[in-house]
Design a protein around this ligand. Structure first.
Ligand code: UDX
Ligand code: UDX
Length: 480
């Protein structure tokens, strides 16, 4: 029986391993983590992450061939294949600060594998890592090998949160990179056999190590670039009276471009896009390619511009001040169907409004008060460390209250900002909300989910990203 161990029971390691266990009943899969609270949660009825369909998969396999444990060394020692899916934060100090990946956790995982191994192993990179990380890991392992043979593979994960289980069941492709030596090719074949249990073979791509590592960064950069492109257009649409939804639809009808991932928004978030692009930028700079670095940097600049533009629009529309005004924030997660807030645009938007002294009442169906307070007080990039090593917030932001109902959040508010596209926000009773708000009552829709015409009929002043402006907003231009 093949044994798999995965170091890191997070958003990537947890769902990926659960699906491997489901699809490969003959393989024993153990997910290990240094965080006791995370492992306790994986072993309970209250899983540590919210992901549609995940609970069913875990319930079916847990205790059968899927296990969660904090006994990292034991399970790594026993495994034939070790996946590594630990955090790779952006460095905040020293060489490459603000761009390069900090490989502290990766390096310590590699050293630990070398320490405890007594048999040959395949080590698989699952976390997103800068190109050539595999080479560094290979060096650590071979220089500490005690005669044990290691093969390093890069097997980047392409799942998107909120649809992780579906993405894992039916991946567009599985990518496996390895050394082009007989041992390397054999290791690639072993991992291919795992995925081939449920993924058609022609969708399992094999490449060299560096191509696999770079493909992951490139895919995320291309996806983020599409959003920044449509968001850049949204600003032009507002200035000219075009409708970004119509423009995106017309553009996306071209089969060479395609219709997906063209929704204008308040900005992209999530643990990967910004971090991976910063990484790409750093790699380009290190390789003497400043023009290429500049090109990709612009994707992040437009994303930051979009968030600032949204805040400016809110403040400018409300007589240039939100001081002491109650603003309801609907949605805090970086997208719907997840409780994940890493790099969510809501953080920057809320900080911007707080900077103008607003009082915020925040509601998100999946995000806790503790998480929101931590996010609003944490420094940039601090989020990407194991939970128990993250700074806790000693003080809470007093102007922020977190409530468990959209009607409570909007009561007596001057404005509503929709920052996540949760389905339930489409179905709210906006007449009831309007009746309980201060007047004039504003809705700023950062995800284009409400029917602006219907809301205007009720009496709201409505701003939708990239849509023809309400006459009120035309008279109150947002100057950056
Ligand atoms: C993704 C990416 O794959 C990764 O590159 C990025 O740095 C973070 O986002 P994800 O699974 O979403 O990974 O991250 P997270 O949910 O933070 O999970 C990482 C897990 O690794 C944590 O549970 C952490 O406790 C664990 N960990 C970290 C270890 O078990 N050992 C370590 O030494 C460090
Ligand atoms: C992304 C990649 O899609 C995935 O392949 C990779 O493995 C990890 O990074 P994820 O960050 O989980 O996945 O979610 P994704 O659906 O890509 O959304 C990222 C951000 O872009 C979200 O904030 C989302 O709201 C935003 N977005 C997405 C838009 O603003 N408009 C769109 O059209 C699509």
């Amino acid at each position: 029986m093949v044994k798999i161990c995965c170091i890191g029971a997070g958003y990537v390691g947890g769902p990926t391993m659960a699906v491997i266990a489901l699809k490969c009943p003959k393989i024993e899969v153990v997910v290990v983590d240094i965080s006791v609270s995370r492992i306790t949660a994986w072993n309970s009825d209250q899983l540590p992450i919210y992901e549609p369909g995940l609970e069913d998969v875990v319930k079916e396999c847990r205790g059968r061939n899927l296990f969660f444990s904090t006994d990292v060394e034991k399970h790594v020692a026993e495994a034939d294949i070790v996946f590594v899916s630990v955090n790779t934060p952006t460095k905040t100090t020293g060489l490459g600060a603000g761009k390069a990946a900090d490989l502290t956790y990766w390096e310590s995982a590699a050293r630990m594998i070398a320490d405890v191994s007594k048999s040959d192993k395949i080590v698989v990179e699952k976390s997103t890592v800068p190109v050539k990380t595999a080479e560094a890991i290979e060096k650590i392992l071979t220089h500490n090998s005690k005669g044990i043979k290691y093969q390093i593979l890069s097997n980047p994960e392409f799942l998107a949160e909120g649809t992780a289980i579906q993405d894992l069941f039916n991946p567009d492709r599985v990518l496996i990179g390895g050394r082009e030596t007989p041992e390397g090719l054999k290791a690639v074949q072993s991992l291919k056999e795992v995925y081939a249990q449920w993924v058609p073979e022609d969708q399992i791509l094999t490449t060299n190590l560096w191509s696999a590592e770079l493909s992951k960064l490139a895919a995320n950069a291309f996806l983020a670039q599409r959003i920044s492109s449509v968001n850049a257009m949204s600003a032009l649409c507002e200035a000219t009276g075009a409708d970004v939804t119509e423009v995106a639809y017309a553009v996306g009808k071209d089969t060479r471009i395609g219709s997906k991932f063209l929704n204008a928004s308040v900005g992209f978030g999530g643990s990967c896009f910004q971090k991976d692009i910063l990484n790409l930028v750093y790699i380009c700079e290190c390789n003497g390619l400043p023009e290429v670095a500049e090109y990709w940097k612009q994707v992040i600049k437009v994303n930051d511009y979009q968030k600032t533009r949204f805040v400016n629009r809110v403040v400018a529309s409300m007589f240039n001040t939100v001081s002491n005004k109650k603003i309801a924030v609907l949605g805090f997660a970086f997208k719907k169907d997840t409780g994940d807030t890493r790099e969510t645009p809501a953080i920057d938007v809320c900080k911007g409004l707080l900077g103008d002294k607003a009082r915020l009442s925040i509601y998100d169906p999946q995000v806790t008060e503790d998480q929101i307070q931590r996010d609003l007080t944490m420094k940039k990039f601090d989020w990407d460390h194991p939970i128990h090593l993250q700074p806790t917030s000693p003080t809470t932001v007093k102007q922020v209250s977190v409530v468990w109902d959209a009607y409570e959040a909007t009561k007596d508010a001057h404005a509503v900002c929709i920052l996540t596209e949760w389905d339930e926000f489409k179905k709210l009773d906006y007449k009831r909300i309007f009746d309980n708000m201060q007047k004039p009552a504003f809705v700023f829709d950062g995800r284009n989910i409400v029917n602006a015409d219907e809301l205007r009929q009720i009496g709201f002043i409505v701003y939708s990203i990239g849509k023809p402006l309400d006459p009120w907003l035309k008279d109150m231009p947002a100057v950056a």
